[in-house]
Design a protein. Structure first.
Ligand SMILES: Cc1ncc(COP(=O)(O)O)c(C=O)c1O
Length: 272
């Protein structure tokens, strides 16, 4: 992560190399903190209020103090301004101390290339969060498993992973939601499976309807994804990213991923 700016609750903008966490913060000791990753377009966080609402819900579920959305908005604006670039990645953290952090980093430079080529995915067994203590839909900093899955995918020569449960039900990627197309129908796993309610996923549902695709959310076997006419992932940073291979078998390319990516950019980029 190439860090451009950091703002700390109660302090404002600080030097990005300055230490900001207390040694007894459980964000560090237990991975117990809530976070959000937001795409910044033209100096504005895309759907920031939805991200802040999710941050508030994650905080509540892991027993953190209530999130002050307004204070986070101000902190985010300070960090974005200090970063001085229009397009970037904004990360917001809320820890048990409590401590509010806004980090702005440069966009990864390989995503447009990856979108051209398409991603290779491998399926990996994940945890289906079907009990409250497995924190369904919570975006907490306990992401070591997600990062290990990404690393395993890369070790096997793929770009990313898609988690399935013990019955091969498709869940989500380590940092993405997954989609595929059959005719004019877009399919994506249901939020009832304990996956993260992606902000981009919600945007794609809206945009798909405008583009006259039907969206079906449900419980689907991996074989259905493997038999898709095309597939793609959605996430704040990678946006809509086509999938061209699943478990070393080719997947077709189709129009939906490109149409949705274009529609997402149109929705995100506010004319000056
Ligand atoms: C597990 C998981 N699923 C899905 C997503 C996509 O969510 P969003 O579209 O809000 O970025 C993320 C984002 O990081 C994630 O961590």
């Amino acid at each position: 992560m190439s860090l451009l700016a950091v703002a700390v609750g109660g302090r404002g903008v600080v030097d990005p190399t300055e230490p900001v966490l207390r040694a007894d913060d459980e964000a560090l000791l237990r991975g117990r903190a809530a976070f959000e990753t937001v795409r910044v377009y033209g100096g504005e966080g895309f759907r920031l209020s939805e991200h802040l609402a999710r941050l508030g819900q994650s905080a509540e579920r892991i027993g953190l103090p209530t999130v002050n959305a307004l204070a986070f908005e101000e902190l985010a604006a300070q960090a974005i301004e200090a970063a001085g670039v229009p397009d970037a990645v904004l990360r917001l953290y809320w820890t048990p101390t409590p401590l509010a952090l806004a980090l702005v980093s440069a966009l990864p430079d390989h995503h447009d290339e990856l979108r051209e080529r398409g991603q290779r995915l491998i399926s990996l067994r994940g945890v289906r969060a079907d009990a409250p203590w497995l924190l369904p839909g919570v975006k907490s900093t306990s992401y070591a498993v997600n990062m290990a899955a990404e690393a395993e995918a890369r070790r096997r020569g793929a770009d990313d992973a898609v988690f399935v449960d013990s019955q091969d039900v498709v869940l989500e990627g380590p940092t993405t939601n997954i989609w595929w197309r059959r005719g004019r129908t877009l399919l994506t796993p249901s939020l009832e499976l304990g996956i993260l309610a992606g902000v981009t996923r919600a945007a794609v549902i809206e945009l798909a309807q405008v583009l006259e695709y039907e969206v079906v959310e449900g419980t689907f076997a991996l074989a259905e994804l493997a038999a898709a006419e095309e597939a793609f992932t959605s996430s704040s940073v990678r946006e809509v990213m086509p999938v061209v291979e699943l478990d070393e078998a080719p997947l077709g390319r189709g129009p939906a991923a490109d149409e949705l990516q274009a529609a997402l950019r149109r929705a995100a980029i506010v004319p000056a």
